[in-house]
Design a protein around this ligand. Structure first.
Ligand code: KIV
Ligand code: ZN
Length: 371
């Protein structure tokens, strides 16, 4: 199994409440994504605004290796806007659930299928690669969904994408759902949202079921609870499924930090793979284990994703790590002095504090009478 990565940080990710990127910020992130090695960069939705088009144009004028894509609805004006930005492809989206058709579009199934066909035709005639995407596909009638996709493929769509728009799949249902769509004769993308915290698990199931590409965002940013996170997906593929992507894993931490800084969406410390605590150890048993053999409490090395291991000196710290640190700082302490230092760290821990290297140095100097 091989997987392609379609990054939508600059489109679905930018739809995160509170995020709005300038054209230069889009360009900067696109450069990083290209360096990272994603296959497709969805640079935005060209119809959105003048500034959005400026941003997409900046991305397309960079001469990047990745395919550059714009989101479009199934209307000519959106496709014209994408063409104006000189993108390689469009992510052409029609809703397919009766819920969306009735309450949002107020159109019949037949009308929406016709829109999909006509806009695919228009885009293909204008030289664009079309990825035909079904919004709210996981709450759609499977027969109708397949009909729309087949009609798109027959008209020239090169790929199809089924969106779990409000994150309703489970890994089991994702496998079953994407297996049925994988029977169609076109490369299939998974696009999963994280409303129940299952976006990455569902994407992995979809890929196992026969999809060949996953839509992801850096740090999992996106509408509501976000999208499947790029870093979690590609590292899971690599480490747990032995599946390669073109992503340079060693850049993941750096790219995550860049996106967090530019978007202002900072990560919770316990975020998998790229969070500040992803390779941090405090408890004595864990830290001791990691110092003897990292695999004891680390499933992957921090170096694999360009991160760093960190030992935290708090209430749960063990004597081994403190001895090591003090030694590295150049102190020679006997057992009695060491106990004094260790007890002071524990006392601070009991007060809810964590000790940094600078604090430890100060405590050690105080105990040793160096100050
Ligand atoms: O989640 C979704 O359904 C989407 C589509 C609009 C492409 O992002
Ligand atoms: Zn989405």
């Amino acid at each position: 199994m091989k997987a392609k990565i379609f990054d939508t940080t600059l489109r679905d990710g930018e739809q995160t409440p509170g995020i709005s990127l300038t054209p230069d910020e889009k360009r900067l992130i696109a450069r990083k994504l290209d360096e990272l090695g994603v296959d497709v960069i969805e640079a935005g939705s060209a119809i959105t605004s003048e500034g959005e088009r400026e941003g997409i144009k900046k991305v397309t004028s960079e001469g990047l290796s990745a395919e550059i894509c714009s989101f479009t609805r199934a209307v000519q004006v959106d496709i014209d806007a994408a063409l104006e930005c000189d993108v390689d492809s469009i992510h052409l989206v029609v809703p397919t659930s009766d819920l969306h058709l009735e309450y949002k579009l107020r159109k019949s199934r037949e009308e929406v299928k016709t829109m999909a066909i006509e806009s695919t035709q228009y885009a293909v005639d204008h030289g664009l690669i079309v990825e035909l995407s079904a919004e709210d596909s996981t709450r759609s009638d499977m027969g109708y969904l397949k009909e729309v996709f087949q009609a798109g493929i027959d008209t020239g769509a090169k790929r199809i994408c089924a969106c779990d728009t409000v994150g309703m799949l489970t890994p089991e249902r994702a496998y079953d759902f994407y297996s049925q769509l994988a029977e169609l004769k076109a490369p299939l993308s998974v696009h999963c949202h994280n409303d129940f915290g299952l976006a990455v698990a569902n994407s992995l199931s979809g890929l196992r079921a026969g999809a060949s590409q996953a839509h992801v965002t850096v740090n999992g940013i996106g509408e509501r609870a976000g999208n499947a996170s790029l870093e979690e997906l590609v590292v899971s593929l690599y480490s747990l499924y032995n599946v390669k992507t073109k992503v340079n894993l060693e850049m993941l931490y750096e790219v995550s930090k860049t996106v967090a800084r530019i978007t202002g969406m900072y990560l919770q410390p316990n975020k998998a793979i790229v969070g500040e605590n992803a390779f941090a150890h405090e408890s004595g048993i864990h830290a001791d284990g990691v110092m003897k053999k990292a695999e004891t409490y680390e499933p992957i090395t921090p170096e694999l994703v360009g991160h760093k291991r960190r030992f935290v000196m708090g209430k749960h710290v063990g004597s081994h790590i403190i001895k090591e640190r003090i030694h590295e700082m150049g102190f020679q302490v006997d057992q009695e002095k060491f106990s004094q230092i260790f007890n002071r760290i524990k006392a601070l821990g009991d007060m809810g504090k964590c000790v940094t290297d600078v604090d430890l140095q100060a405590i050690a100097e105080d105990v040793m009478g160096v100050m």
